[in-house]
Design a protein around this ligand. Structure first.
Ligand code: WTA
Length: 635
């Protein structure tokens, strides 16, 4: 049994213990999981070299912890309830026993296809049960999964496959987003022109879409599974064996392959799921995130299954066939714990409240929020209309790199306050620093958020680029993990995350790097240089504005903007599309040639009075032109 914190005194004493006696604390949590061999050391290493390790010497398999261990007591309990995009299509469900069988079968299929421990398998699937089966089967044989969100483009897929030299791709013919088909296999085929490491593609026939089949390379899920053995002995994994790679955007360069390892991630995902949501044995849990993001990895799949929960997998979007769909799913499956993003809540608010008519929220006990700061209006609406003023809201702050939630209320235990992620979980030692790295010890303060010590779920490296890992997270403030987020703390010691302080933009909760978007924009033949910045957006939280310099004067601005937007969509994915394109003749630069995005950001936000001194710029004269064009152009 994973230990549960049941009241605020226990939270306080666990927190104290976790900082004073971290080894004992984490050992007591880890005891709640199933090990083939226990660790000889709880924790070693540190932030200086980024060589921290957890539960060294332990042997385990995470898929056994998600499946096999529940078979005896709850084999017939529902593990996955799958709701299709189209409400007229048949839903599917898997008990723990059925899911176990499917995972064993697919583990055998992977083996037959030549995949073994340490190989990287890329998974590019819609939100269908096969996605969960494929990831757990990878974990079962010790292959590393690298899941690419189905909304990413061919170019993004191929970049991720190349970076990790994936051996196999698991994909589908396609899927429907509302009534729009998404041709996954077609996009995969384009990506695979540049990925010699891929030997085979396994295709799920999901949406009955026509696809091209490449003989010798393409294999079919159903055919392979038909003949697969139903039993499989899980590979014995070391605690620090890699479990998965998940690409995420940073301030600079290409997306980073964040690597998580087996035991630490498992302990952290399992522990946080139970305690943050105060999950009870028969609760039905629904996290609306796509599994292609970390939230889906940790809280659609691993966290719930480690706890023997019933987890809902919904294929579609909130607005199909209409905006009442999510509420119908909550009533239909009697969801007890519901976890979503502020951007979704704001979309519902913007639609008026008619979609709530007839909804039955009586099953709900706990609500969660993740991915971006939740504004007070969204918090209050969520609290009153979905939570019927009785369900606690857990505003959970964390990141791809943290593996699980770091700062959050414990549902029903920690007193909540709109827009505050409140207090750190046990084992988490957050500090707020100024730009020089000095720790700000006053309770009420504001600065950049760092974490002072390692926790089990922390990412271990950037795949094959430890130097970049160190440079990104551990050099800005030596001795600390730098989160990239700004933060305030109030007189209760509550943390309020204010958003990214680096060049990462959160569009509808999706993490997008300025460099990725700029590189895509620069591919347009008319563009010489570009700079993108976020602007506040009522629904998306942040939207992207692009300033571009063109080779010659632009006659048809509208056409150029459309072309640039479609270039970004093609090269990165539709989620990264800029909202506005502003053509300028220069970008503000420092004397060393660095673009001053801060100035562009202030202009884009309409806070021109906050621009400050521009006399040190290489080209201060461009600022007026940019201000003027931002006001005038393309609104
Ligand atoms: C932001 C998502 C405010 C933050 C799990 C972080 C949040 C980034 C919250 C990580 C929250 C996440 N309040 N901001 N509750 N949760 N963020 O890697 O800026 O996609 O650094 O992981 O999301 O995004 P990622």
């Amino acid at each position: 049994m994973i230990p549960r914190i049941t009241n605020i005194q226990e939270y306080k004493s666990s927190y104290e213990q976790s900082l004073h006696d971290p080894d004992d604390f984490w050992a007591s949590i880890a005891e709640g999981f199933h090990w083939k061999k226990k660790w000889h050391r709880i924790h070693s290493g540190g932030f200086e070299k980024g060589d921290y390790k957890w539960f060294e010497g332990a042997k385990l398999n995470i898929s056994e912890n998600c499946l096999d261990v529940h078979l005896k007591s709850s084999g017939d309990k529902m593990a996955i309830l799958w709701e299709p995009n189209n409400p007229d299509d048949a839903p599917r469900s898997y008990t723990y026993r059925e899911l176990h069988t499917e995972v064993c079968k697919f583990a055998n299929v992977l083996k037959q296809t030549g995949i073994s421990k340490g190989d990287v398998v890329c998974i590019y699937l819609p939100m269908i049960p096969e996605l969960v089966i494929a990831m757990l089967a990878c974990a079962r044989i010790g292959a590393i999964h690298s899941i690419v969100f189905g909304g990413f483009s061919s170019a993004s897929l191929s970049g991720r496959i190349q970076d990790a030299a994936c051996r196999l791709l698991v994909t589908a013919d396609g899927f429907y987003r509302g009534d729009k088909p998404v041709l996954l296999k077609e996009m995969a085929d384009v990506a695979l022109r540049e990925t010699p490491s891929i030997k085979n593609v396994i295709i799920c026939n999901h949406a009955s879409l026509d696809i091209e089949v490449i003989a010798g390379r393409d294999l079919f899920w159903d055919q392979l599974m038909m003949h697969a053995e139903t039993s499989h002995t899980a590979e014995v994994m070391d605690a620090e064996d890699p479990l998965f790679i998940l690409y995420t955007s940073g301030s600079t360069g290409k997306p980073k392959g964040v690597l998580h390892t087996t035991a630490g991630y498992m302990v952290y995902a399992g522990f946080t799921f139970l305690n943050v949501f105060q999950f009870k044995k028969n609760d039905v849990f629904w996290c609306t995130a796509d599994i292609g993001w970390i939230t889906g990895h940790s809280y659609v799949v691993y966290g719930p299954l480690l706890n023997g929960a019933t987890t809902i997998l919904y294929e579609g979007i909130p607005s199909y066939p209409d905006w009442s769909r999510w509420w119908k799913i909550i009533s239909k499956y009697k969801v007890n714990i519901f976890y979503t993003a502020p951007t979704a809540i704001r979309s519902f608010i913007a639609k008026g409240n008619d979609h709530l008519n007839g909804a039955d929220f009586s099953s709900l006990k706990v609500l969660g929020s993740v991915g971006e700061p939740i504004n007070e209006e969204a918090w209050e609406w969520y609290h009153h209309f979905i939570g019927e003023a009785r369900c606690p809201i857990v505003d959970t702050w964390w990141q791809t790199e943290t593996g699980g939630i770091l700062i959050s209320p414990l549902a029903g235990i920690t007193a909540t306050k709109p827009s505050f992620a409140t207090l750190p979980l046990p084992g988490i030692d957050p500090v707020i620093v100024d730009t020089n790295g000095t720790i700000l010890n006053d309770i009420v303060t504001e600065g950049n958020l760092c974490i002072r010590r390692s926790w089990p779920g922390q990412a271990r490296t950037i795949y094959k680029d430890h130097e970049r890992f160190m440079a990104t997270y551990f050099t800005t403030y030596p001795g600390m993990y730098f989160t990239g987020d700004g933060c305030k703390r109030d007189s209760d010691g509550y943390f309020r995350i204010t958003g990214r302080v680096d060049d990462v933009i959160k569009v509808s909760g999706h993490r997008i790097g300025t460099a990725e978007v700029e590189n895509a924009i620069n591919e347009h033949p008319m563009v010489v240089e570009s700079a993108v910045v976020p602007v506040p957006h009522d629904i998306k939280g942040e939207a992207i504005i692009a300033f571009v310099i063109c080779v010659k004067s632009v006659s048809d601005h509208q056409l150029l903007a459309e072309e640039i937007i479609s270039t970004v969509s093609r090269l990165v994915g539709p989620i990264a599309k800029p909202e506005r394109i502003i053509v300028v003749t220069g970008l503000p630069k420092t004397r060393s040639g660095k673009i001053m995005r801060r100035i562009l950001r202030k202009i884009a936000e309409g806070h021109t009075e906050q621009i400050g001194d521009i006399s040190t710029l290489l080209n201060p004269e461009v600022v007026d032109e940019i201000k003027w064009k931002t006001l005038a152009e393309g609104k």
